[in-house]
Design a protein around this ligand. Structure first.
Ligand code: OSB
Ligand code: MG
Length: 368
């Protein structure tokens, strides 16, 4: 297929509730959406970069710039019959994985809609439903957080992740464990700790947490390896894993026992699958992380999480956990009996952008 035209949308959607981590607080999602056009068909992708470089160095504006001025001019007019061919014109450009991932997502959606195949089918998914959890931000006080856990557990979420930071950690996790003895619980620090604070993390051993996610620097391996040696709880790396080579390094030196795979962070679907395969071959479990995506990114993540080695619940919650009104339809709804979401079976992503909702959310739009 030849890519004929593209569109970029900068959108803003209010979250149902502000989301706070050890490093930032967001009240709205700002995202860049990419639409690729070929032979009368459109495919969509979502750039998961945020308004500021909190989680990663990319932002909505760096993504807009690099897509508009560099990546899209390089791929438009070119043949793109595979992800490798799509990315070939970008081989000499560095970085900007979230912008790349949105391009690849749009390509898969386009390919699926042209061939009538679902993303799950094209990627080799083996499940019709994927197990999911919910990621809960830092709250003003413990009672509020416990109320939130109770509410989500009541809705049927079987796994709850709690954002931690120094001063909002041991007491919080212990209270969560005391109140919810049977719930699958985990903590995510988003790089808030120094190696010297490893004894704080050691106090979480014994709470039977599924894992502790990214306690140390966003680009660190060594500190994680040193801490994992004495921690019983598995460390999961998120920010540190930028591609399959990072995953290899982390596993070789024992920096983690679990990996969170986010297509945006690793530069796209194909790299996400490469990490999945590497971990599968080494017997290391993976799960699909989230970036508070709209329905576009969520549909992609749900299909990815249908691959066989995604054996732990993903950060892919139901649409109503994020937005009152998403730009995509239909919404994702939690199956309360088994804490799962259904994997769409329609062509491509299997969800559609709703034009009037997109128009309402759009801050800027351009066509190339
Ligand atoms: O660290 O996993 C993270 C959201 C934005 C950026 C980073 C992270 C997160 C989440 C939310 O934890 C996961 C989700 O529900 O999408
Ligand atoms: Mg994380």
């Amino acid at each position: 297929m030849r890519l004929e035209a593209a569109e970029l949308y900068l959108i803003q959607l209010p979250y149902v509730r502000p989301f706070e981590t050890s490093g930032w607080r967001e009240t709205h999602a700002q995202r860049v959406l990419v639409a690729l056009h070929s032979e009368g068909v459109t495919g969509w992708g979502e750039v998961v970069a945020q308004a500021a470089p909190w989680y990663s160095p990319e932002t909505v504006e760096t993504a807009w710039h690099v897509l508009h001025d560099i990546f899209l001019p390089a791929v438009l007019g070119q043949g793109a019959d595979s992800p490798a061919q799509l990315f070939a014109p970008l081989a000499h450009f560095r970085g900007h994985p979230m912008a790349r991932a949105a391009l690849e997502c749009a390509w898969w959606d386009l390919r699926g809609r042209q061939t009538g195949r679902s993303l799950k089918e094209m990627l080799g998914g083996v499940r019709d439903r994927v197990e999911v959890g919910v990621s809960l931000g830092i709250e003003p006080d413990l009672a509020t957080l416990l109320g939130r856990i109770e509410s989500f557990a009541g809705q049927g979420y079987g796994r709850v992740k709690i954002k931690i930071k120094p001063g909002w950690d041991v007491e919080v996790m212990r209270a969560a464990r005391d109140h919810f003895p049977d719930l699958r619980l985990m903590a995510d620090a988003n790089s808030a700790y120094e190696l010297e604070q490893a004894p704080i993390l050691a106090q979480l051993d014994g709470l039977e947490l599924l894992m502790i996610e990214q306690p140390f620097d966003h680009d660190d391996f060594l500190d994680h390896a040193l801490a994992q040696e004495s921690l019983q709880t598995p460390i999961c790396l998120d920010e540190s894993i930028r591609h399959a080579r990072d995953a290899r390094l982390a596993l070789e030196i024992g920096a983690c026992r679990v990996i969170n795979i986010k297509p945006g962070r690793v530069g796209g679907t194909s790299e996400a699958i490469a990490i999945h395969d590497l971990c599968r071959d080494r017997g290391v479990p993976v799960w699909c992380g989230g970036m508070l995506e709209t329905g576009i990114g969520r549909a992609h993540n749900v299909a990815l999480a249908a691959l066989p080695n995604f054996t732990l619940p993903g950060d892919i919650s139901a649409t109503d956990r994020y937005f009152l009104e998403d730009i995509a339809h239909p919404p994702f709804v939690l199956h309360a009996q088994d804490s799962t979401l259904s994997v769409p079976s329609g062509p491509g992503l299997g969800v559609d952008v709703v034009p009037h909702r997109l128009a309402k959310a759009t801050l800027r739009h351009t066509r190339l």
